[in-house]
Design a protein around this ligand. Structure first.
Ligand code: GDD
Ligand code: MN
Length: 378
């Protein structure tokens, strides 16, 4: 690095500057009433360690980002990365990790459910050689406490079992949203992570292992606390996204996580189509009119569901909703042609109606998925 006059001046102005050893990444959506207290608690826990807090906020309507910017004018080591038109916990964590120079990064929820007091122990374990240190509710000294309802606890147990099948090593709390990792290790895996959903930890573990660089994991127990203010963003969508991720890992990445969701949506579209067709013909409409109406309705249904579920993290709005719908219909029409051509070719060759029909349907699903992903929800 140069040591010219500007560098010397900068060094004088920053004589107290100590680069952060640890970046604490806080994904946030509507956490305005929690962040300041979280900052204070983390500051207390980390004491003399040079650290910084990066809040990655998806333009929360409650003004979380404005509050963090106000805090940045009081404390030098907190800042906000504000994202527009996007949602997603996992991608928020990765982008937070990408904007720090700290060699270690921790991810902690913004709602005070995680016990920040164990951060120094987590850092010690990393300095002692672990690549990844998981804050665990299910190991010695840990407990799910009152932070999880009975339903959430059973769901969590089930999710843990599934995770155990793909993790490749024993991790007591693979669903944890609280962990510390070497930044280099995380960023190496980052380009291959599924960007949607909540489950970044299990994704980091599995992806690193599949890249031939399994993470050396350590754990520290803690008691999961009830949320401080506001509401959880856990939803059925998060569960489906996790199942998509799990399938994708199980098939060694052959099926992208969103393909499962796209397929499920397509399945409901078929039901909408058939019900409409039956209803209209029963009401005395001719077949052609009924079939055209059913097709349009099912396409609209599929588009709305995909936009809100499969592609919730890159949802189209306003004018892009209209152009998106037009491109979706055009692509599905091409998919229909592909379907019929493939099915017909197979039928000519072997006269197996079912096999031919199924091949055509699979062909058009894959086509529709791949092409709408590239053009409609790019
Ligand atoms: N930027 C961003 N974008 N942040 C988000 C989003 C989003 O779309 N959704 C949620 N978050 C933030 C929340 O604001 C919070 O700080 C953190 O991510 C966790 O979200 P919660 O809504 O509090 O999730 P939870 O408590 O139900 O689930 C937590 O515990 C689970 C284990 O029981 C999370 O840590 C999960 O990852 C974890 O599996
Ligand atoms: Mn929470």
């Amino acid at each position: 690095m140069s040591t010219g006059p500007v560098t010397t001046l900068a060094a004088e102005q920053h004589s107290n500057f100590r680069p952060p050893q640890l970046a604490v990444i806080v994904p946030s959506y509507n956490e305005r009433d929690n962040i300041e207290l979280l900052y204070e608690k983390v500051a207390l826990a980390l004491g003399g360690t040079p650290w910084e807090m990066i809040v990655v906020d998806d333009d929360s309507p409650d003004g979380t980002a404005d509050l963090v910017n106000e805090l940045s004018r009081v404390y030098a080591n907190i800042r906000c990365l504000r994202r527009f038109g996007r949602r997603g916990l996992a991608s928020a964590c990765v982008e937070g990790m990408a904007v720090t120079s700290a060699p270690y990064v921790a991810v902690i929820d913004g709602d005070l459910q995680h016990d920040e007091a164990i951060l120094p122990t987590m850092l010690e374990k990393a300095l002692a050689g672990a690549d990844l240190v998981v804050g665990s509710r299910f190991t010695d000294g840990g407990s799910a406490g009152e932070g999880l309802s009975q339903t959430r606890l059973s769901g969590s147990n089930f999710a843990n079992k599934l995770a155990g099948m793909i993790a490749g090593q024993a991790v007591s709390d693979p669903m944890s949203g609280f962990f510390l990792i070497r930044r280099d290790a995380a960023l190496k895996a980052a380009p291959k992570l599924a960007s949607d959903g909540f489950k970044i930890l299990i994704d980091l573990i599995v992806t690193s292992a599949r890249m031939g660089q399994p993470l050396k994991v350590a754990e520290v127990g803690y008691t999961f606390r009830p949320r401080h203010a506001g509401e959880s963003k856990m939803s059925p969508l998060v569960v489906i996204q996790y199942l998509g991720l799990w399938f994708s890992k199980l098939t060694n990445g052959a099926l992208p996580p969103s393909f499962l969701l796209f397929g499920l949506v397509g399945g409901t579209g078929v039901v909408v189509h058939l019900v409409t067709l039956a209803a209209l013909t029963a009401l005395g409409q001719g077949f052609l009119v009924s079939q055209i109406t059913a097709t349009l309705l099912a396409m609209g249904w599929n588009f709305v569901l995909n936009n809100n579920l499969t592609y919730a993290d890159r949802k189209l709005r306003g004018r892009r909703l209209v152009t998106g719908f037009i491109s979706f219909c055009a692509i599905c029409a091409l998919g229909g042609i592909a379907n019929i051509s493939v099915a017909n070719a197979i039928y000519q060759w072997d006269h197996q109606t079912f096999v031919a029909g199924l091949s055509g349907a699979i062909m058009s699903s894959v086509f529709n998925y791949a092409v709408t992903r590239a053009f409609t929800w790019k």
